[in-house]
Design a protein around this ligand. Structure first.
Ligand code: MG
Length: 360
């Protein structure tokens, strides 16, 4: 079997290191072709080893992801800067494992126009839905149901959310992830971004995508079909599973995670989403319904607000407030890459004016 040559964007992050772990356990199938790393130590070299701070990093990343010897690109860079290399890889005919949902939130139409069934989700919910859809026809899908753990503040008194510290918010009850997605999970903005991600990935209208709170994070998501049948994918909350599925499709790799015995499942709860406690998914729906580039405004304002929360500058509920205010202040339109990037810049500038107003 020829080995698949994999480039990893974000090699020292949470998804990047777990991708390297999966590759190391399956060296008969995969080899590391290239690495784009942040500032953390990296214990290996590849044909391309690029540091994000290198002056020529941007050009070398584009060269790496479009190189004829590269088969598969894993996009796991946090945020908006993942968009350009992901689009370039898809345009060059590569298979892309996408962990950076922001790419689809910002520019879903543009990205899907280049995807041609080569885009594979590395997000546990979307991997679950993808797996439920294997062998099915899309026109028999009635509804997608995204599960949300509810994060660490599912039961916290609403009035106390304003005093939550970054350290508390970074302590996710089920999943071990990078800081951006962990804070997004605490506000449930993550689920808002995932609604938009699912809409683009699977071509299902937003009003047929639901969110249900499932604190155990055992059922990773569900698909309802037109005959009333419901399919779900279950497993341990371990990102190596969706990573392995994306790398090896249509094969399954042996022994990726410990299997979950049915007797271990215990009680699984499913609760409706409390929209007062968690307004973010509703806001994301509105942004998506308004069309491009509103989701890019939502995404950029959220990225800036999460960074400000982590620096201790705004309270947790301030994140969603500032995103809401950015969306109502924005007046632009357009869906080209330039227009999307312009909306992204606008929202970041807007944030720095608005942040002062929510910090007190
Ligand atoms: Mg997810």
């Amino acid at each position: 079997m020829t080995r698949k040559r994999v480039a990893i964007l974000g090699a020292t992050g949470s998804i990047g290191t777990q991708t390297l772990d999966v590759i190391d356990r399956h060296r008969d199938r995969f080899e590391v072709f290239g690495l784009l790393a942040g500032s953390r130590p990296l214990d290996r070299e590849a044909r391309y080893t690029i540091r994000a701070a290198d002056p020529d990093a941007e050009a070398r990343v584009l060269e790496m992801v479009t190189h004829p010897d590269c088969d598969l690109v894993v996009t796991a860079l946090p945020g908006a800067r993942a968009l350009a290399p992901t689009l370039a890889a898809l345009r060059a005919g590569k298979v892309v494992g996408l962990a950076t949902k922001e790419v689809l939130v910002m520019a879903g139409e543009l990205v899907m126009a280049e995807a041609h069934h080569r885009l594979r989700p590395i997000d546990s919910e979307h991997s679950a839905i993808w797996q439920c859809l294997w062998g099915e026809q899309l026109d028999s899908v009635a509804r997608l149901v995204l599960t949300a753990s509810g994060g660490p503040f599912l039961d916290r008194a609403l009035k106390d959310l304003g005093t939550v510290t970054p350290a508390e918010a970074l302590r996710h009850p089920r999943w071990s992830m990078g800081p951006k997605v962990t804070i997004d999970s605490a506000t449930l903005m993550n689920k808002g971004l995932e609604l938009i991600e699912a809409h683009h990935l699977f071509g299902v209208p937003l009003d047929r995508i639901e969110v249900v709170v499932h604190p155990q994070s055992t059922v990773h998501s569900l698909v309802e079909f037109s005959d009333g049948s419901l399919k779900a994918q279950l497993g341990r909350p371990d990102m190596r599973l969706p990573i392995a599925v994306a790398l090896a499709y249509p094969d399954r790799l042996p022994g990726v995670v410990e299997p979950l015995a049915a007797a271990e499942l215990g009680t699984l709860q499913f609760l409706p989403l409390d929209q007062e406690r968690f307004p973010a998914p509703g806001l994301a729906r509105q942004a998506a319904a308004a069309g491009a580039p509103y989701p890019a405004v939502l995404n950029a304002a959220n990225e800036e607000a999460v960074a400000a929360f982590l620096r201790g500058e705004i309270p947790l509920p301030g994140i969603v407030q500032v995103v809401e205010s950015a969306l109502s202040a924005y007046k632009g339109s357009g869906s080209t890459l330039e227009e999307v990037m312009e909306a992204d810049r606008w929202a970041r500038d807007y944030f720095h004016i608005a942040a002062g107003k929510v910090s007190t």
